[in-house]
Design a protein around this ligand. Sequence first.
Ligand code: CTP
Length: 359
Amino acid sequence: MEFESNDSNWDGVYYYPQLFGGVMLTAAVLGLSTSYFGGTVGLPTLPYMLPYLKNLQKKKREKRKIRVYMDGCFDLMHYGHANALRQAKALGDELVVGLVSDEEIVANKGPPVLSMEERLALVSGLKWVDEVIADAPYAITEEFMSRLFNEHKIDYIIHGDDPCLLPDGSDAYALAKKVGRYKQIKRTEGVSSTDIVGRILASMEDKKGPGPNARVVYIDGAFDLFHAGHVEILKRARQLGDFLLVGIHTDEIVSEQRGPHFPLMHLHERSLSVLACRYVDEVIIGAPWEITKDMSQPDPYSVPKNMGMFRMIESPKDITTTSVAQRIKANHEIYEKRNAKKEASEKKFYEERKYISGD
Ligand code: CTP
C-alpha cells in the first residue's frame, strides 16, 4: 500500500517478513557471542531477546488496520455512490461512512428526498461499507475531525474530486486537507442525485396524448431502413383519424418473420426514424406481432406457477419507485430551485476539469 500508517514500524514488519529470519539469525549469533564474552559487551543475551521477538511476531500478526472515512448525503442511491465507496475502501482496510443528517442537508443543499432511515438502509447494504456514522455533519469541523481521529480511529478522510462547498463558498474539507489527512477519489461522470431529481421533474412535463373524442389509428410493422413507402403509408393511416399510434416490432419478431439477417437497424434506431415522421403522434417500442383484444400483458409468472416453483415474498416496506418520484413531484417547486443551483455548479465543474494527456 502506498500509504503511510500512523505507526510505520508495523507496516515495515508486515511487508518484509523475510527480515524476521534475518533478525533471529543475527540474534542467535549475538546470543552465542555475548555469552562467549561473558555478557560484557552490553548486548542482551538470547533469553532476554525472546520476549522482544515474540512481541514483534505478535505485532506482525495484528497488522494495524487503516481506517478511512467518506461522508455524503447518499440521497437516491446510484452507481456513482457505489463507485465512490468502492474506491474509498481500496484506500484502506476499513471504510466508515458518515451519513449527513437530514437537518444538515436541508441547511446546506435543500431537502433530501429520502429520510435518514432510508439512506441508512441503502448505505448499510453496500458491499464496501464496514461501519456507518448516522447524523454526520455536512462540514468537517475541528471538533468533528478530532472525534473522527480519536474516537473512530480514522486515518484518512476521503471525498470525490468534485468541489464540496459550504453555503459561504468555503471548502467543506479545508481542515482535513490542512492536516494532511485528506484523500481524493475520482467522481463518476454522468450520474448524481441532482441529475436523477432532474429526470423525475422532466417526467412531469405534459405528454401530448389523444384528446377525449379522438379517433386513434393503430398501425404496426418493422419500419426497417425507413423509406418513402413508410412515409406514404403513415400519411394515409393518419388521414383515417386524429391520432396515429405506431407499433414497432421487436428485433426478435422481425428476425422470425424476415430471416436471420434482419432487422438491418435495431429497435431503437427504427423507433427514432418513425418518431421523426411528421404523421406520427406516438410509438409503442417493441409492439407484439399479434394484436390481442386488450393488448395487455399475460401473467409473466404463469410457467413457474404451473410448475409449482413460484413464491411470493411480502415486502416489509411500502416504498416504491413511484412513491419516491411522487415526493419530488409533490414538492417540485422546492426541488426545481435546489436543482437549478446544483446543476450550475456541476456544469462548471465538468467544464473546468482538466484532462491529463498521454503525451
Ligand atoms: N460521488 C461520486 N460520483 C458521483 C456522485 C457522487 O464519486 N457521480 C461521490 C461524491 O464525490 C461524494 C460521495 O459520492 O464523495 C457522496 O456524494 P453525495 O454527497 O451524495 O453527492 P451527489 O451524489 O453528488 O449528490 P448531489 O447531486 O445532491 O450533490
